[in-house]
Write a protein that binds this ligand. Sequence first.
Ligand code: GLY
Ligand code: MN
Ligand code: MN
Length: 434
Amino acid sequence: MVTRTFEDLQIFAKRRKKLASLAGGEVLVLFSGKDQHLGAFRADSHFVYLTGFEEPEACAVIRPGLDPEFVLFVRPKDAVMETWEGYRHGPEGTKDIYACDQSFSIHELSKKLPELLKDAKSIYFDLGKNPDHDRMLLEARRQAPLLNRRSGQPPVPIRDPKDILAPLRVIKSPQEIEWMREACQLSVKAHQACMKMAKPDMNEKQIHGCLMFHFFDQLAQQEAYSSIVASGPNATVLHYRDNNRVMEDGDLLLIDAGAQKYFLNADITRTFPVNGKFTEPQKQIYQSVLDCQKKLIPLMQPGFSLVELQDKAIAILTEALVELNLLSGSIKDLIADKKYQKYYPHGIGHYLGMDVHDVGLSKQDDKPVPLESGMVVTMEPGLYIPLDDPEAPLEFRGIGVRIEDDVLITDKDPEVLTAGLVKEVKDVEALCQS
Ligand code: GLY
Ligand code: MN
Ligand code: MN
């Protein structure tokens, strides 16, 4: 659990205040999530964003502009359960620390919810996540107007919390940017350690271990997502997660891994030669991916959109694929026929934040959403040549390369938060050999 200071708690209060300027008479009902028996628990991002509270089985009812404005329902104190599962703040402890107007046991939620919803014009609630919560909310919504002696009223609409929270969460505050910088820097260090450590005959699992050691040694909260440690042809599998192959002399190793700190994630990929030296064909694919990334990063500015960046990535990589003799024909036709998809099948990037694939739209009403200062976006071109692709020149088969950095959009030049991690061929080779 993150230890909250008084200053931290001001941050959550400020976020709720911001919400108040967007929503009047609208009520948010957010749950932290269910504890996993013998598994790790990580509270829901929307919930933590607005409360700072991290325990499972909690519910926040946030009513901007209404009184009470912020009500938390939490697990009650229970000496026996705390022996098994650890400390609980309990309703009293929660109220003192988390600055809510009222706090109750979670067991009182179904009884109190109708009253808290009775003046709601609409309810922001994640329908479909938990059937018990759905039932409770729908029943409370049904009862709510009756408390105002209004029967026969149509029920108020239920809306996706993303609609109101994504525009806030997608723009990072100066404090959030500092925290993301920390998550990125510690992840960079873990990647550097792996690049130095990897050698032929080691197992991918050992490199995964190296990542985890360096994440936790630097007090990361957790792995941002299941790390991908993919050597040789495994690098052509986009979501490879077995991480259990013995690496061979002459293999490339693709590591896609990041740490989470203060509930914010890093997401970094590097691809490097296990023996410290790229082969010629590996270097050609690698350089094409790197050139693409270097052309696109300067365009990560307010006004450009993820949709445009993807279109440009497709054009650049299709041209590269023709130069490498992996595709042939007119660039225009290859793009129109989506021929690049065999070798570049994914998107160029995504918003990054409390979720790895963070909230925020790339398109709205069919129009590209422009980037804005304060967004953090990944830039991750890649080329993947299947081992069994009969059409590919033999020397390229089984090569997979992705290079992924995390980029802060600013009003000036974009700031690459993961710039501390080398990616030029000669720098990668030097680090691997050190
Ligand atoms: N690691 C997940 C991604 O790159 O999107
Ligand atoms: Mn990514
Ligand atoms: Mn990634």
